[in-house]
Design a binder for this molecule. Structure first.
Ligand code: ATP
Ligand code: MG
Length: 281
């Protein structure tokens, strides 16, 4: 069951023996091999706690693997501040709670995606006109040009998430990682958001990885489904192959998350004291 979908496209990202054990000993991800293919929509599916966010965040080193390596053809092994920073610049993130600044306008939030291109000193001043135009065009693509100057906390949940998509697009990424982007939206708005995300990525040739827990959306929007249970990949195939037996292996047999000793501990870069990771936050 754990066999990669044959694909003619090149891997844009390769995870080799990647495992994550968090501080405290929670083994969120057992060592896994996974290649993400260029131009595809890959869905990470699984119940709560299965390890979807951990695997997704390991793909841009927001969670640091305690075992194995993450690599991409352009940069090789993603180790060291410089490579991680370069990788992150070409990787857009869309979060469940969108992580926008509520008091700021939609435009300002999208512009933050352009800041990483500039030095700290340069980013203290207004960004150049082309960057502002780029941010506006990204808002236009998600249908929110008319909301560009509206505060984000005055937008609906679906609109806020579209600002999150615009922010990811403004990075001009080769890869977008979306962690449960529709978890707090109603089904109709969820379908609209996922359609938008898939369509803009297809048009721009952006590779897309989305974590979801809804099977019907996974089947509708994925070129490939990678399902996790208890920190392991238990299914990796096309949506057509996701039959009852496969679903049973994903959703049945709940067992406690394995605890291990804490010698190898995963580090979430958002709270790390590791200088290499902290520097690229
Ligand atoms: N920062 C952390 N520190 C310690 N344990 C963590 C941390 N983040 C996640 N975990 C644990 O790792 C396991 C996998 O969590 P993860 O968030 O990857 O699952 P998930 O599939 O994304 O779940 P959900 O659908 O609820 O978002 C869980 O047991 C979780 O409690
Ligand atoms: Mg999650």
């Amino acid at each position: 069951m754990n066999e990669s979908v044959p694909s003619s496209s090149e891997p844009i990202l390769r995870l080799t023996g990647v495992g994550v054990t968090y501080p405290g000993g929670t083994k969120a991800l057992s060592p896994q091999d996974l290649e993400i293919h260029e131009g595809e929509v890959t869905i990470l599916l699984g119940r709560s706690g299965a390890g979807k966010s951990t695997l997704l965040r390991a793909m841009n080193l927001l969670v640091s693997p305690t075992e194995g390596t993450v690599s991409c053809p352009v940069l090789g092994d993603l180790s060291g501040v410089s490579k991680i920073r370069k990788h992150r610049r070409r990787t857009g993130m869309v979060f469940q709670q969108h992580q926008l600044i509520g008091r700021q306008t939609a435009l300002t939030n999208v512009l933050t995606a352009r800041l990483s291109r500039f030095s700290t000193l340069r980013s203290l001043f207004a960004l150049p006109r082309p960057d502002r135009e780029k941010a506006l065009s990204c808002l236009d693509r998600v249908g929110l040009l008319d909301k560009a100057l509206q505060r984000v906390d005055q937008l609906s949940g679906g609109q806020q998430q579209r600002v999150g998509v615009a922010r990811a697009l403004a990075m001009e990424p080769g890869l977008i990682l979306a962690d449960e982007p529709v978890a707090s939206l109603d089904p109709a708005t969820s379908r609209q958001l996922l359609t938008l995300l898939r369509d803009v990525c297809r048009r721009d040739g952006i590779t897309l990885v989305i974590s979801l827990h809804q099977v019907e959306f996974a089947k509708e929007f994925g070129d490939r489904i990678v399902a996790l249970a208890h920190g392991r990949i238990v299914f990796d195939d096309t949506p057509e192959q996701l039959n009852e037996a496969a679903l049973a292996s994903i959703y049945e047999g709940e067992t406690p998350v394995e605890k291990s000793d804490s010698r190898k501990t995963g580090v979430d870069a958002s709270s790390t004291k590791d200088p290499a990771l902290a520097a690229v936050r």
